[in-house]
Design a protein around this ligand. Structure first.
Ligand code: RB5
Length: 149
């Protein structure tokens, strides 16, 4: 089934080739890709790019976001400072599925210096193919969101 969701992508300088591979993969799935860069390889601070992508998701402009830096950690920390964002770093497909099913994650973070392209694309698919299960998990996610109040 074609995936027509609108998905924002961003990274810092450490992850441009992997981000571009993910953009092509998302387009092949049928997604509307909003790739907000950067495109040139100069050093650029990951907090700016994580926050910019997170704001696209938090505003409702994009359904989900995928962000990358060297480890995936710094850009995830920045994204999670934006109200309404639940972003996890994943280096395996199980975690990528579970952060959707149990945590209703709306952003995925990847480490370009951690993952090869093949595994990264499988992690992206695991994230996008999973659905939030609701129920008792909704109560717990609500508790996370309440911490922002
Ligand atoms: C940049 O050198 C690096 O610190 C960044 O990509 C990321 O790994 C930070 O968490």
């Amino acid at each position: 089934m074609t995936d027509r969701r609108r998905i924002v992508l961003s990274s810092d300088h450490a992850a441009i080739p992997l981000r571009q591979a993910i953009a092509a993969h998302l387009a092949a799935r049928g997604c509307e890709v909003v790739d907000i860069g950067p495109v040139t390889p100069e050093s650029t601070p990951y907090p700016e790019h994580g926050a910019a992508a997170a704001r696209r998701v938090a505003s409702g402009d994009c359904a989900l976001g995928i962000i990358l830096c060297g480890t995936g950690q710094g850009i995830m920390m920045a994204a999670n400072k934006v109200k309404g964002i639940r972003c996890g770093v994943c280096s395996d497909t199980f975690s990528a599925r579970m952060i959707r099913q149990h945590n209703d994650a709306n952003m995925l973070s990847l480490g370009a210096r951690v993952l090869g392209e093949g595994l990264a694309l499988e992690i992206v698919d695991a994230f996008l193919n999973a659905e939030f299960e609701g129920g008792r998990h909704a109560t717990r996610v609500g508790m996370i969101d309440a911490l922002e109040a």
